[in-house]
Write a protein that binds this ligand. Structure first.
Ligand code: GDP
Ligand code: MG
Length: 323
């Protein structure tokens, strides 16, 4: 734990692997981090920026551009890239890492990729744990890049303090966004690849859809109208406006209790998912006992009822020591 506050890459990487796995050692580390956080409750918290959108819209390129912009403002940045295609975090997103390599020698930049599958308590819990470590490390900004395809990836992005939905022209993306329910989660929309034809049309369509959606909400005064910006991530064009919009949203969310509401929602999900992971591993431990096999056999042969067998398993689990 010693090196986390100093942002030592090796210690951070090790800590993240521990909490990501969701095992007892990781939970113990989280307990110690929470203990230390309590003694320093006034410290500034990381601002979590979620970036989501279809594969290829330019999320990683945008993330790299944002790192440069935040660093130029003296802010430290951590990136968590969630890749749904790879079950191994070690091998995920190699291309992204290479692309972001220009920042690799800077101790105020930390980049980590994370597989979206294979976590004991699910992706939301694992991502929540990872964010806790990065927060303890004192990063000013944490960018979470997720592919907006799977429900759990979208949920992770939506749980951010500020969520950026990225689109690109000519992919029918505006309509796709509406269909995928991505329209509701964006605090800020970026139409990237503005060097290509159709970017302004896509932006206009989006604005129309957003104004339609926000005109239907009753809380007009408090409502945030998500801005739609255009950018060319590959040439660092439009990045300053995005950084400014992130700051605007943060200020609004702070003022309207939205930041607090999201942090509560995130913590709630994390606690429930972690508890489910614990229950699952206890059930697995209890179900490996021979008494369980006997009761399964009895259920299969109609000699016992499912409910009774499940109850016995739960009782056994409760008395077990698995965690
Ligand atoms: N023309 C153009 N290409 C871009 C832009 N931003 C990113 N790209 C390219 O689009 C491809 C996909 O980008 P990437 O950042 O990997 O997308 P991701 O899958 O959303 O992370 C890469 O070849 C980028 O170089 C842009 O603004 N304009
Ligand atoms: Mg990417």
């Amino acid at each position: 734990m010693a090196g986390i506050a100093e942002r030592k890459v090796r210690d951070l990487a090790r800590a993240i692997t521990l909490v990501e796995n969701g095992g007892p050692d990781g939970l113990e580390l989280l307990r110690r981090l929470a203990e230390r956080a309590r003694s320093d409750a006034e410290r500034p918290r990381s601002h979590v920026v979620g970036i989501t959108g279809s594969p290829g819209v330019g999320k990683s390129t945008m993330t790299a551009a944002l790192i440069t912009a935040f660093r130029a403002r003296g802010q430290s940045v951590a990136v968590v890239a969630v890749d749904p295609s790879s079950p191994f975090s070690g091998g995920a997103l190699l291309g992204d890492r290479i692309r972001m390599q220009s920042h690799s020698s800077d101790e105020n930049v930390f980049i980590r990729s994370m597989a979206s599958r294979g976590h004991l308590g699910g992706l939301a819990a694992a991502a929540g744990h990872v964010l806790r470590v990065l927060d303890a490390a004192g990063f000013d900004v944490v960018v979470v890049e997720t592919v907006g395809v799977g429900q759990s990836e979208v949920e992770v992005a939506a749980a951010a303090d500020t969520t950026i939905v990225m689109l690109a022209p000519g992919m029918g993306d505006g309509i796709q966004a509406a269909k995928a329910g991505i329209l509701e989660i964006g605090d800020l929309f970026v139409v990237n690849k503005a060097d290509r034809e159709g970017a302004q049309t896509t932006a206009r369509d989006l604005r129309q859809m957003i104004s339609l959606a926000t005109s239907q909400t009753d809380d007009v005064v408090a409502a945030w109208t998500p801005p739609v910006l255009t950018a060319i991530a590959s040439t660092d064009t439009g990045i300053d406006d995005i950084v400014a919009a992130i700051a605007d949203h943060r200020a609004w969310a702070l003022d309207h209790g939205e930041l607090e509401r999201r942090r509560l929602a995130r913590a709630r999900e994390e606690v429930i998912a972690t508890a489910l992971g614990m229950v699952r591993s206890r059930i697995e431990a209890a179900s490996s006992m021979s008494a369980f096999e006997d009761s399964v056999s009895a259920v299969a042969h109609g000699e016992a009822d499912v409910h009774g067998a499940a109850e016995a398993l739960v009782d056994e689990m409760g008395s077990g020591t698995g965690s």
